[in-house]
Design a protein around this ligand. Structure first.
Ligand code: DGL
Length: 274
C-alpha cells in the first residue's frame, strides 16, 4: 500500500497551533492541513451543522488518500467525532481512522490535578456538548470539571486583537467567572485551538500555582503513543517532511493569518467543499 500524508482538519486557522506541535514532535511525516475558513467559526453552530461540515471535510481528506485524519478542532471533536467514528467510518472507509483532541487532553488533565478540580475554557459549542465532562467522568470519575464559555476569544484572536488591552477585559472576566465556579481548581485547559495565542494574558489572571495546559504538545505526544500502539497505521503514513495547506476560503487571507498561528509564513491552495 502506498504511504500517504496525515490529514489535519480544523474549522479555520486554529488547528495550525496543533499542526505546529505535530511538526515539532513528528517532523518526519507528511501532513495535509485543511481549514474550512469559508464556514468558520464552528463554535456557535448546531450539532447537525458541525457534524455535516466536518464529515464533508473528512471525506475530502480521505479522497486525498489520507489514511489518518486528526480533528484538530475542539468543536468538531465534540460534536462530530463520535458519530463519524461509529457510524460513518465503517461505511465509507473502515481501514482509515479519525482521531480528535478531547480524549488525549482529558487524560493528561485528569492525571495532573491534585485537588481533583479542573477548569475548561472553550467555545460555547464545546461547553454545551458536555464532551469534556463525559470523557472525564469515564477516566477520572472523582475529578470535578468546571466549564466557562468564552465566545469573544476566537473573534479577538482572528481580528488580531489578542495582545490589545481590549482583550484583557474579556480574558479577565472569563477567567474570574471560571475561578468563581470552582475554588479549588488547580488545572486549567485551553480547550480551543485559538486560545494559546491568549496564553500570556490568561496567565496574568490565574493564580500562579494553577497549571495552564495548551493542547498542541499533549495531542502531539498522544499521536506518538498512538503510532506505537498502531504500527499498521504508522506504516501507512508517508515520511518526507512535506506539509501542504488547503483552505475553503480566500488563500490570500489564509496565508496572511496563518503565520500568527503557525509561526511562519505559508502558501495555501483553495478547495471547494460542500
Ligand atoms: N477551532 C475551534 C475550536 O477549537 C475554534 C474556532 C471555531 O469556533 O471554529 O473549538
Amino acid at each position: 500500500m502506498k504511504q500517504q500524508p496525515i490529514g489535519v482538519f480544523d474549522s479555520g486557522y486554529g488547528g495550525l497551533t496543533i499542526l505546529k506541535a505535530f511538526i515539532d514532535t513528528l517532523p518526519q511525516y507528511d501532513y495535509l492541513y485543511l481549514g474550512d475558513n469559508a464556514r468558520s467559526p464552528y463554535g456557535p453552530r448546531s450539532f447537525e451543522t458541525v457534524y455535516r461540515y466536518t464529515l464533508q471535510c473528512v471525506k475530502w481528506l480521505f479522497a486525498q488518500n489520507c489514511p489518518l485524519v486528526i480533528l484538530a478542532c475542539n468543536t468538531a471533536s465534540a460534536k462530530a467525532l463520535r458519530t463519524i467514528q461509529q457510524v460513518d467510518l465503517p461505511l465509507i472507509n473502515p481501514q482509515n481512522r479519525v482521531l480528535g483532541v478531547i480524549r488525549p487532553t482529558t487524560e493528561k488533565m485528569g492525571a495532573l490535578t491534585a485537588t481533583k478540580e479542573v477548569g475548561i475554557l472553550a467555545t460555547a459549542g464545546t461547553v454545551l456538548s458536555g464532551s469534556y465532562l463525559i470523557e472525564t467522568e469515564k477516566f477520572y470519575p472523582d475529578v470535578k470539571v468546571y466549564q466557562e464559555a468564552c465566545p469573544m476569544w476566537v473573534p479577538l484572536v482572528e481580528n488580531n486583537e489578542y495582545e490589545s488591552s481590549g482583550a484583557d477585559y474579556f480574558v479577565e472576566k472569563n477567567v474570574n467567572n471560571l475561578l468563581a465556579k470552582g475554588e479549588h481548581i488547580d488545572t486549567v485547559l485551553l480547550a480551543c485551538t485559538h486560545y494559546p495565542l491568549l496564553k500570556n494574558k490568561i496567565k496574568k489572571y490565574l493564580p500562579p500555582e494553577v497549571n495552564l495546559l495548551s493542547q498542541g504538545e499533549i495531542v502531539a505526544n498522544s499521536l506518538v503513543d498512538y503510532f506505537k500502539r498502531h504500527p499498521e497505521m504508522e506504516s501507512r503514513c508517508s515520511k518526507q517532511g512535506v506539509v501542504k495547506f488547503y483552505t475553503t476560503d480566500s488563500t490570500g487571507d489564509f496565508d496572511d493569518h496563518a503565520a500568527t498561528f503557525f509561526g511562519k509564513s505559508i502558501h495555501s491552495e483553495h478547495v471547494s467543499i460542500e
